[in-house]
Design a protein around this ligand. Structure first.
Ligand SMILES: [Zn+2]
Length: 247
């Protein structure tokens, strides 16, 4: 028992050191691995993606999935807004053993489902997939004077997951925030629509900070933002961009 406790202490110290020492930049996966994982990412419009990873089928913010979507092993939901946390869509991808990771605000909408809640800064491994919850909030997008659409205090998140040895960042609904300096990602999915989230120019700033091998624009294509924003992001980005076809 004492051995186990000792190991836990060592790993906790390691994790703390890791947090202190991280800096922005490509996370270090080989180019081939990053390219292979990029091929497994399916953009389903807006912020909804499905990753057909070697660890299993992972959805992030499933919304407007249509008929008979592929079943999920893991579902990640960044926050409780209806275009990200859609109980009907989550129901359609559930199968035996599917696990859901989300924030407390969204858990309330998913009563009766197997939900694990996280807060910004948490790291968990679910279904063999390391999942880090990172902050996501507005600094300059307001619902009314002084009231952001996504307040920092709400505890909304983005995710950095590791699949096939590649770190994939899904930013959630956010502006450019200081925490991005500490995000290491090989592939970064970033919102570009403006209004509720980063504008194209701000998304460019975000990838300048994070420096992924590949950036993928999102938060467009389902009535919010336009596909032209995605193209403009591709033109302006300092890192390679892939505009995925909307499935
Ligand atoms: Zn939102």
């Amino acid at each position: 028992m004492s051995f186990k406790i000792g190991m836990m202490k060592v790993s906790a110290v390691g994790a703390a050191l890791g947090l202190c020492l991280v800096w922005a930049g490509p996370a270090g996966a080989g180019e081939g691995d990053a390219a292979r994982v990029a091929e497994s990412i399916h953009w389903l419009g807006h912020d909804a993606v499905r990753i057909d990873a070697e660890e299993g089928v992972i959805y992030i913010d499933p919304w407007k999935l249509g008929d008979r979507p592929k079943k999920a092993d893991l579902v990640l939901i960044t926050h409780d807004h209806g275009d990200h946390c859609s109980p009907e869509d989550v129901e359609t991808v559930m199968q035996e053993g599917t696990e859901i990771v989300t924030v407390a605000a969204a858990e309330r909408k998913l009563q009766g489902l197997p939900v694990r809640t996280v807060a910004p800064g948490d790291a968990v491994t679910v279904r063999g997939v390391p999942v880090e919850a990172v902050p996501a909030y507005n600094v300059n997008k307001f619902r009314s004077p002084g009231v952001p659409y996504h307040p920092k205090e709400a505890g909304y998140v983005g995710f950095v997951i590791t699949v096939g040895g590649v770190r994939v960042y899904h930013a959630g609904d956010t502006d450019v925030i200081p925490a991005m300096k500490g995000i290491q990602a090989d592939i970064a999915l970033v919102p570009v629509s403006g209004t509720y989230v980063m504008t194209v120019e701000e998304a460019v700033e975000a990838v300048e900070i994070i420096r992924p091998r590949l950036a993928v624009p999102m938060h467009v294509g389902r009535g919010i933002g336009s596909l032209e924003d995605a193209e403009r992001f591709r033109e302006l980005s300092p890192v390679p961009v892939r505009v995925l076809p909307m499935e």
